[in-house]
Design a protein around this ligand. Structure first.
Ligand SMILES: CCCCCCCC/C=C\CCCCCCCCC/C=C/C(=O)SCCNC(=O)CCNC(=O)[C@H](O)C(C)(C)COP(=O)(O)OP(=O)(O)OC[C@H]1O[C@@H](n2cnc3c(N)ncnc32)[C@H](O)[C@@H]1OP(=O)(O)O
Ligand SMILES: Cc1cc2nc3c(=O)[nH]c(=O)nc-3n(C[C@H](O)[C@H](O)[C@H](O)COP(=O)(O)OP(=O)(O)OC[C@H]3O[C@@H](n4cnc5c(N)ncnc54)[C@H](O)[C@@H]3O)c2cc1C
Length: 593
């Protein structure tokens, strides 16, 4: 913190980059404090509350986290059981964990790090429940960090990854906090206990939308780091004879290796641009919301949910492909890839489990489809839903951006229509609304993935057509954009072909194009990963080192293994030697018999 002040880092982006450089492979135990706790105080507190608490948070006099999930509920926020009951006599809220399942469980850094939490609890006042609201709760003594009386706090134990974060549990036993510790920017409880409701109950969910937007960038960062490691290693690693009797080939010269890695390289660039686009949309709409204009809130929610789910799913699958493309050394922590995977794969779950998030976007698409069918105007990003589905592709040998975007628009529009028609058919069969919905959610998930895929392809194409880029760079980025789009079609051909949108010749063109693009990109592959400019310190990888000295690094890494501190390990004396001696004694006995 002090170092950032010394270096003059003011913007949150610069501070986040510094934090990542300072702790490259472990998530910071203060990440949630800076990335969720303080921004939520700023956005969900009244001006007075923000003025009081934000400086304490930014100066780390108050260290906090976001405590919402419970043992029994994570996804279903309206089902959370922690209660905050207003006591007008004392002007306090009484926080309580009434059941085992209501114990707060998972909140990051609750176990040992923070002294405050933003707690999501069901608000009760004047005997009535008003739903979930956020409360600032001091959980540890500011003098000696001991747990406040009335609270039980602990660590939840080892996890798949996220080792830098002490995820914890927290149980409230009639724990009192001042009335003014409820974040009251949107909803209020007056001194007499009267409840003033917000313009929209989902404003309380704002912190999650913000983090979902951050996570789209995280999907880019983690996938691109794995791609850097795998592509650089593929340039250094020589294995097997490509030409009989010739020298062993760089594994990057095998077409299969290129087909594994180059589409992921293209995806990394596509996700970077998508994350930037998502952040711009978030900045615009969230500032509208803060000014009281909630018109685009549903669109922001739907886009943030969809992209968070789509990008983290694709990134995690891609990181695994990068790991496996490095052979045995990819499975070693020396590669750096297992840690990248272990730290990001949780993102498919936290901040909204991906399936649930996709269904939120699907719900929005379903409503937009109906509005489109009525001829109502739709937001620009959704207007493709009114695409004429009788039109066939005009794709030619050049696989133009226009024909590719048209293909993705057609696929998404068709799939949303199929899902909506199933939902409507279910209703016509007499199903209740919730059953008609549930019995169409599998096609809705597929349609929503197509919707997100379209956003990313269209965004990539739009930026290439709008930004001023030197011709050489534009040519290479255009190859990456075309590869991302054509690969996506080839890998999902059934969804593009189901209504005969492409003819057989066009399918052949696409299959040829994806292989030709691998050859086009091969000469620039290393330069394209170097362009991310990740320092070796951040990659923490013997395979992805900038200098390519892989075997020297692996040898030094292995020698530093703690098991090599002694030649003979204690297990020999404790177990192996006694076992061998026992065997030899029994052998002597049997020989005598
Ligand atoms: C730890 C170190 C990391 C660093 C930390 C950050 C650093 C920052 C820098 C960059 C790094 C980025 C990486 C970030 C890492 C994050 C760390 C992990 C920490 C994890 C934290 C958590 O997991 S916190 C808990 C998260 N929990 C959830 O997300 C729960 C998901 N569930 C929900 O959101 C809701 O339950 C759900 C939306 C599913 C349903 O809500 P419900 O009230 O039931 O509403 P529903 O009936 O479905 O719909 C009604 C209506 O409301 C609309 N709506 C719902 N939600 C919203 C919303 N958020 N905004 C707007 N509108 C919403 C919905 O669309 C419906 O509308 P209509 O259809 O009726 O019009
Ligand atoms: C690494 C990590 C860090 C975390 N950090 C925090 C934190 O700091 N603060 C915090 O409050 N929480 C945190 N969490 C908790 C996290 O937010 C929840 O785990 C997450 O929201 C998922 O909720 P759940 O665990 O209840 O999953 P569930 O919803 O129980 O998921 C189980 C299955 O049910 C399915 N499902 C659930 N609802 C539906 C539905 N409506 N339709 C279809 N399928 C459905 C899901 O798709 C999933 O397949 C963290 C979790 C992890 C893994």
């Amino acid at each position: 913190m002090d170092r950032m002040e010394e270096l003059g880092f003011r913007s949150e982006t610069d501070r986040q980059i510094f934090r990542e450089a300072a702790a490259p492979v472990e998530l910071s135990p203060f990440g949630l404090h800076s990335g969720m706790f303080v921004p939520t105080l700023e956005r969900q507190g009244t001006p007075e509350q923000s003025r009081k608490w934000v400086p304490l948070g930014k100066s780390f006099k108050m260290i906090g986290t976001y405590a919402q999930t419970e043992l029994g509920h994570g996804t279903f926020i309206r089902g959370l059981e922690t209660t905050a009951t207003f006591d007008p006599e004392t002007q306090e809220f009484i926080l309580d964990s009434p059941t085992l399942s209501s114990i707060k469980y998972w909140p990051g850094n609750v176990a040992k790090t923070v002294n405050h939490c933003l707690v999501m609890a069901q608000l009760y006042t004047q005997g009535k429940c008003h739903g979930t609201h956020l409360f600032l709760v001091q959980v540890r003594n500011m003098e000696d960090h001991t747990i406040m009386p009335g609270l039980e706090i602990g660590d939840i134990g080892p996890k798949l990854g996220f080792d830098g974060v002490d995820n914890g549990f927290m149980r409230f036993n009639k724990y009192r906090i001042p009335r003014m510790n409820m974040l009251m920017r949107y909803a209020k409880v007056l001194e007499n206990g009267d409840y003033i409701k917000p313009k929209n109950a989902k404003l309380t969910y704002g912190a999650m939308v913000m983090i979902r937007v951050f996570i789209v960038m995280d999907a880019f960062k983690t996938l691109s780091r794995a791609a850097v490691i795998a592509v650089r290693y593929s340039a250094v690693r020589r294995q097997s004879e490509l030409r009989p009797g010739g020298e062993e080939a760089q594994v990057m010269d095998y077409q299969t290796q290129q087909y594994k890695l180059f589409p992921l390289l293209a995806t990394s660039y596509a996700f970077l641009l998508a994350a930037e686009g998502m952040s711009q949309i978030y900045a615009k709409i969230s500032s509208d919301i803060e000014r009281g204009n909630l018109e685009d809130m549903p669109q922001l929610h739907a886009l943030a949910c969809g992209l968070k789910a789509f990008c983290t799913w694709v990134a995690c699958e891609g990181i695994e492909v990068c790991r496996m493309s490095c052979g045995g050394h990819g499975y070693s922590h020396a590669s750096g890839i297992p840690k990248i995977y272990a730290n990001i794969v949780g993102a498919c779950t936290y901040e909204g489990e991906n399936t649930v998030m996709m269904l939120q976007t699907a719900r929005y698409l379903s409503k937009c489809y109906i509005r489109g069918q009525r001829g109502e105007s739709l937001p620009e990003l959704i207007q493709y839903l009114t695409t004429d589905l009788n039109v066939k592709s005009t794709l030619g040998e050049d696989c133009s951006f226009e024909s590719l975007v048209a293909a993705y628009s057609h696929r998404a529009a068709r799939m949303v229509a199929v899902a909506c028609k199933l939902q409507q058919t279910n209703k016509k069969k007499g199903m209740a609304g919730h059953d008609a919905w549930n019995k169409s959610t599998v096609p809705f998930i597929a349609a929503t993935k197509a919707h997100c895929h379209l956003f990313i392809v269209r965004n990539f194409v739009t930026i290439l057509s709008q930004k001023k880029i030197d011709p050489a760079t534009h040519n290479v980025l255009s190859q990456l954009c075309t590869l991302y789009a054509v690969y996506g079609i080839v890998e999902n051909m059934g969804e593009f072909m189901q209504d005969g949108y492409f003819n057989q010749d066009q399918v052949s063109i696409l299959n040829r194009k994806v292989l030709a693009l691998l050859e086009d990109i091969r000469p620039n592959a290393v330069a394209l990963v170097d362009a991310f400019d990740y320092p070796d310190h951040l990659l923490q990888s013997c395979l992805g080192r900038y200098d390519g000295q892989v075997y020297e690094a692996l040898y030094e890494y292995s020698k530093s293994s703690p098991l090599n501190n002694t030649d003979i390990h204690s297990s020999y004396y404790n177990y192996i030697r006694p076992m061998m001696q026992k065997r030899s004694e029994s052998k002597n006995i049997s020989a005598k018999l």
